[in-house]
Design a protein around this ligand. Sequence first.
Ligand SMILES: *[C@@H]1O[C@H](CO)[C@@H](O)[C@H](O)[C@H]1NC(C)=O
Ligand SMILES: *[C@@H]1O[C@H](CO)[C@@H](O)[C@H](O)[C@H]1NC(C)=O
Ligand SMILES: *[C@@H]1O[C@H](CO)[C@@H](O)[C@H](O)[C@H]1NC(C)=O
Ligand SMILES: *[C@@H]1O[C@H](CO)[C@@H](O)[C@H](O)[C@H]1NC(C)=O
Ligand SMILES: *[C@@H]1O[C@H](CO)[C@@H](O)[C@H](O)[C@H]1NC(C)=O
Ligand SMILES: *[C@@H]1O[C@H](CO)[C@@H](O)[C@H](O)[C@H]1NC(C)=O
Ligand SMILES: *[C@@H]1O[C@H](CO)[C@@H](O)[C@H](O)[C@H]1NC(C)=O
Ligand SMILES: *[C@@H]1O[C@H](CO)[C@@H](O)[C@H](O)[C@H]1NC(C)=O
Length: 559
Amino acid sequence: MSGSVRVLLLLLALDSVAPEGVPGREGGNVLFIMADDLRPVLGCYGDSLVKSPNIDQLASKSQVFLNAYAQQAVCAPSRTSMLTSRRPDTTRLYDFNSYWRVHAGNYSTMPQYFKSKGYFTMSVGKIFHPGVSSNHTDDYPYSWSVPAYHPPSNLYENEKMCKGKDKQLHANLLCAVNVTEQPGGTLPDIENADEAVRLLRSRANSSAPFFLAVGFYKPHIPFRIPQEYLSLYPIEKMSLAPDPDVPKRLPPVAYAPWTDLRKREDVSDLNVSFPYGPIPKDIQLGIRQHYYAAVSYMDRQVGRLLSALDELGLADSTQVVFLSDHGWSLGEHGEWAKYSNFDVVTRVPLIFYVPGVTSHPDSSGTSTFPFIDVFDKAEFSFTNHKEIKRMVELVDIFPTVSALAGLRVPKPCIGISLQEELCTEGDNLAHTFRHRERGENAEAIAFSQYPRPADTPQNNSDLPSLEEIKIMGYSLRCWDYRYTLWLGFNPKTFEANVTDVHAGELYMFASDPGQDNNIYNDSEHSMIIRKMASLSHTVTLQTRLKLQLLYFTAGMKTR
Ligand SMILES: *[C@@H]1O[C@H](CO)[C@@H](O)[C@H](O)[C@H]1NC(C)=O
Ligand SMILES: *[C@@H]1O[C@H](CO)[C@@H](O)[C@H](O)[C@H]1NC(C)=O
Ligand SMILES: *[C@@H]1O[C@H](CO)[C@@H](O)[C@H](O)[C@H]1NC(C)=O
Ligand SMILES: *[C@@H]1O[C@H](CO)[C@@H](O)[C@H](O)[C@H]1NC(C)=O
Ligand SMILES: *[C@@H]1O[C@H](CO)[C@@H](O)[C@H](O)[C@H]1NC(C)=O
Ligand SMILES: *[C@@H]1O[C@H](CO)[C@@H](O)[C@H](O)[C@H]1NC(C)=O
Ligand SMILES: *[C@@H]1O[C@H](CO)[C@@H](O)[C@H](O)[C@H]1NC(C)=O
Ligand SMILES: *[C@@H]1O[C@H](CO)[C@@H](O)[C@H](O)[C@H]1NC(C)=O
């Protein structure tokens, strides 16, 4: 099918606002790029310090979702939820210890769906979380046409690879290295990009469309990154989080004590007080510097991938999606890492490049994604092609990517959908590509949740195993506030007890964008109750309705 015919069909598909895609029509390729623990520290999301020219260039030809949220701010639960388009209460994965197909239901994944439609599907790096949660195979053979690729150098990621002040090697958090001195003279994300480019080349002339998922490991800790990237962020230019203290009215159950950082040798040596710290200020600046450097290093690998797509002549037939599994606290609220419900850990970048829709590659031979070397040029200037402000969720990705590829969109899940192999708990966002955003922002909501073993921070608060979970923090984010209820939770029945409210959080964005002033106890909650009531007719998903009712009831009780 010629490019222009494909684009025309795609436009027709987008025009049918109905949740159905266009069955039986061939779509283009999909390049699905994930970062790990990346909050929107990107130029295209308004961060003026970071240097992310390659992702910014992608965004300049894409639709950028400014308010996209993960369903649970930790790797395996978020990835499993996103890839199956089911919320954690349906995958029943809140920790790292179960495989949904045997533990919850035999749900199809997005790559599995594409595979069933004739796509050649491939996984490079970290897409599924490795280990039990993807049956030690990254869900091969269900999701992938060939076994998933893991870069050999990743074996060393948590080893003693970082030169300390004593010139000895340590398993540090801050780990800027001379790459030539690392095993194999490389690093995992460099190997990921190498392999992904090889795979693109091998598929370039194939008649079957491909779905290539590439999961980069950075900016996840440890910050084992090429040392030269630190020079982009001189330490004297770094600043602390605007709100580096633990908020006075933060319920203790909401606090995550970042135990993963404490385990790294350099942090452990600081004898930081448990659970609240703080980490010494100079180290806080160092962590922020290394995080930013890790983002620029990852951006370079994305640039290598996109320029290869371009050079192989695939940029006008390949949809590109860029996202992260969740965010990361950079010292806000006295927290680091993820493991909570705040925006800094639940909000993620979400960018869709759709050739012929978000961008019109011209035939004059101008490249779409020329590689940009961040060390060559100090200033970059890109403007996003189109921004969408409404709240969206990672469970929306599966139906949306399917629709954009011209595949039939999985039907909405109804009720408890454990027996249903293929359905979605997300929304198909394809219509947002076709139309201007109308004033619907205020109605959309994003749900996230986080489990806890106790009311106060413990050494297992960040990542309780299923049996240890006693409380679930259900959180909703809408246009003007974030509302969280910490409810008693039974890990045997997977049920929350709406009359057992352990704590609540309410943050109003107009006056408190950083979510530092919890007004839950001061408020009437009647405003939220009204809002919930007005929302209930616009949502179709049983799960959402259930959650809203749950907030509604709890709000009444705690008034
Ligand atoms: C799960 O679904 C796949 C196909 O989607 C099928 O091959 C497999 O047999 C199913 N497994 C179970 C236990 O039902
Ligand atoms: C998980 O892996 C084991 C060992 O390879 C295999 O026997 C089992 O069938 C797999 N589970 C599913 C649901 O495919
Ligand atoms: C990196 O290591 C190599 C091999 O030991 C050495 O030749 C090179 O000078 C080092 N580069 C820097 C910037 O330290
Ligand atoms: C694809 O085919 C074209 C035309 O035969 C050829 O010029 C090109 O080198 C091939 N590309 C790859 C990556 O094999
Ligand atoms: C809110 O009220 C509850 C119940 O009276 C109390 O236990 C809690 O400490 C209060 N929280 C704040 C932040 O004032
Ligand atoms: C941390 O505690 C150890 C053992 O008590 C001590 O030797 C070390 O000096 C302490 N480090 C700092 C930074 O206070
Ligand atoms: C966590 O705390 C519990 C109870 O305080 C203790 O028994 C356990 O050894 C601790 N585990 C770790 C890994 O520190
Ligand atoms: C729910 O919580 C309430 C209040 O703590 C308690 O009385 C009730 O027994 C709980 N219900 C269940 C099913 O556990």
